[in-house]
Design a protein around this ligand. Structure first.
Ligand code: SF4
Ligand code: SF4
Length: 448
């Protein structure tokens, strides 16, 4: 069976972001295969753990994928400060006599942004609204590579490694089935040290926030890698939750047109025509310049302007998200820009050092949290969303009352459709089929 068929059958999607189906992404021929090992959001540790414990699997998967996509350059882009992981990867490369090379990145945010990483490795700027393929590259992250290796052995994606940090009693790395509740993950870390807390699913810059009382109805997906527990009145939580109406009103009266949001925007710095200060001036006017508003379509929502740049506490990111939604409702999509773009000359001097970012975000105190050894959780119930990826939801192929075994296909997508297959992550009985499939474990034939 060919590699893409195995990846399709295993339901592999990008493990570190929006969940682009991997069998579709890798259906290409490119010059560069780049592995995103930057783990650039502060406080995340999952990719570093995978690099330290599954280095050979990663290298074997890179070699296999590279044969398929014809890549000449096989590159792991990793922060130069990850000394331990660099040593382990170098040993694995040597043992396997592999062509894989390491490319060293500075410790800045967003070193792991796909467009920034391609620029760093190849010196090529991806066009506006383009993808790495436009400049001869494809990028996968560490977790995806490990899942590709499993797929090569006919093992579907059913498990995740999750870092649980912040205001928890015992910061920990856990191995969990996809579909476990967030609540159980927090409990595995000894619970929270505070009463009223919020949970960031993902990194502090781009993650989504839920409240403590929502943790029982939110589940780990194929794209998740970390949970950060913070007080509800923490700077990050309050900034991310500011209502759009308040932001727009504040923008009208408080935006001083200092341009910091534009000057520190990495998409602007790689040469894109994205000028958040102009968008912010426009949103405050009664008549909008349509061409300037369209620039919002190429914002990747990295959060630098919102959580780092703006001295007035405004949120160009949120304004851009709002404008994107409105333009899409009107059928307006981003247009691909010219390939002849060049980065702006200040790009090297405007990278945001991660330690300075953490100080601004008020999370330095969680930086050195020592993680307990990996603990494997075996829940009695999992709720597996049919949509954990970009594209169509998978179509359920099981019904309430069916007994299923771990790794069994339970949600399917056609081979050429944008989407990914879904598999049972524990043995048990199906007790719900809706936008998710809920499986309850049976003990000795009795549902527990
Ligand atoms: S950084 Fe803030 S105040 Fe300055 S131009 Fe941008 S939105 Fe306005
Ligand atoms: S969120 Fe802000 S800094 Fe990031 S790409 Fe969008 S405009 Fe630029």
């Amino acid at each position: 069976m060919d590699l893409l068929q195995k990846i399709y059958e295993a339901g592999v999607v990008g493990a570190g972001g929006a969940g682009f189906p991997t069998h579709i992404k890798l259906n290409c021929q490119v010059e560069y295969f780049i592995i995103n090992a930057a783990e650039c959001e502060p406080l995340l540790n999952t990719d570093k753990y995978l690099m330290a414990t599954k280095s050979e699997e990663m290298i074997k998967a890179i070699e296999e994928v590279s044969k398929h996509i014809g890549a000449k350059h096989l590159i792991i882009a990793i922060k130069k400060k990850y000394n331990k992981e660099i040593g382990i990867l170098k040993d694995a490369i040597e043992r396997l006599n592999s062509k894989v090379q390491l490319f060293y990145l500075d410790n800045y945010y967003p070193a792991g942004d796909e467009q920034m990483m391609v620029y760093e490795v190849t010196g090529r700027s991806i066009p506006e609204a383009g993808i790495p393929l436009d400049v001869g590259a494809v990028v996968s992250n560490v977790g995806t590579l490990v899942n590709i290796h499993d797929a090569m052995k006919d093992k579907p994606v059913t498990e995740k490694y999750i870092t649980v940090v912040g205001e928890v009693k015992n910061p920990i790395m856990i191995k969990v089935p996809v579909g476990i509740s967030i609540k159980e993950c927090i409990e595995a870390a000894g619970g929270s040290t505070i009463k009223d807390y919020a949970i960031i699913i993902g990194g502090p810059m781009m993650g989504t926030i839920i409240d403590d009382d929502e943790s029982d109805e939110n589940y780990i997906k194929k794209t998740d890698g970390s949970l950060i527990v913070l007080p509800k009145d923490h700077y990050i939580v309050e900034r991310k939750r500011k209502p759009l109406k308040t932001i727009i009103n504040e923008t009208r009266s408080a935006c001083i047109q200092c341009r910091y949001c534009t000057d520190l925007c990495h998409r602007y710095l790689i040469g894109h025509k994205l000028r958040p200060h102009k968008i912010m001036r426009n949103i405050g006017m009664s008549e909008h310049d349509a061409e300037i508003m369209k620039e919002a379509l190429i914002c990747c929502e990295c959060g630098i302007c919102e959580l780092y740049s703006c001295p007035m506490g405004l949120s160009p990111r949120l304004v851009n998200t709002y404008i994107k939604g409105e333009l899409r409702k009107g059928g307006i999509r981003p247009e691909k820009g010219s390939k002849d773009i060049e980065s702006r000359e200040m790009i090297e001097y405007r990278k945001i050092p991660t330690t300075r970012l953490m100080a601004r975000l008020d999370i330095l105190k969680y930086y050195d949290q020592k993680l307990d050894d990996v603990k494997e959780l075996l829940p009695k119930k999992v709720s597996i969303p049919l949509s954990q990826h970009i594209g169509k939801p998978a179509k359920a192929i099981v019904s309430v009352g069916d007994n299923v075994a771990k790794d069994q296909l339970i949600g399917q997508i056609e081979r050429n459709d944008m989407g990914a297959n879904i598999h049972a992550t524990i043995d048990g009985k199906v007790i719900e089929v809706s936008d998710k499939i809920v499986i309850l474990k049976e003990d000795n034939g009795v549902i527990s």
